[in-house]
Design a protein around this ligand. Sequence first.
Ligand SMILES: [Zn+2]
Length: 217
Amino acid sequence: MNVMFLGVPSSGKGTQAEFVRKKYKLAHLSIGELLRKKIDDPNDPEGQSIREKINKGILVDNDLIMRIIETFISNLSSDEGILFDGFPRSVEQAILLDKLFEKLNKKLDCVINMELDDRVVMERINGRRLCPNCGKSYHIKFNPSKIKDTCDDCGSKLVIREDDNEESVKGRLKTYYSQTHPLINYYKEQGKLIGIDATQDIESIAKNIDDILGGIQ
Ligand SMILES: [Zn+2]
């Protein structure tokens, strides 16, 4: 079974993807990780040029990304499923991925979209607090500390993460809508998209997803 997760920041996508990966023993295809692996390999002739591109903020071209993904998939055993994480990022990449699946005689079974409206995203992210000393995280509404702005475990004063401010969150949402949102329509047209209400608690969402995937297997 090959599964993909889509969803806005703070939708709980990462947590659910991890549950699914473990339960269905899927190979985790993270393009970020695969690129880092190449960069860290001194014997990889492409590693250096990838590093330079990333350092300059240039996108790694799709040809190279598709070759890396093809190698990854070809190295899996034939019955091993894949969990796609952070890829594709555009419709162009989704089309290339469909072509690759066709070439390898495989298919994408379903795309799970964690649905959350912007108002909820803002509320979730704006309320986050972090202990700078021990790293414990809180939320002023959903998971508050016992004493206001103070860490339960070590008593340090809680802080707001630098990129959790309203401007930054708006920026992240804007990037999401321009790049990832068109994918939702792309997979909807293919009949592969399954929407999940991400305002539910973690267990309910996990059960929801599990019911759907259990039906596919
Ligand atoms: Zn602490």
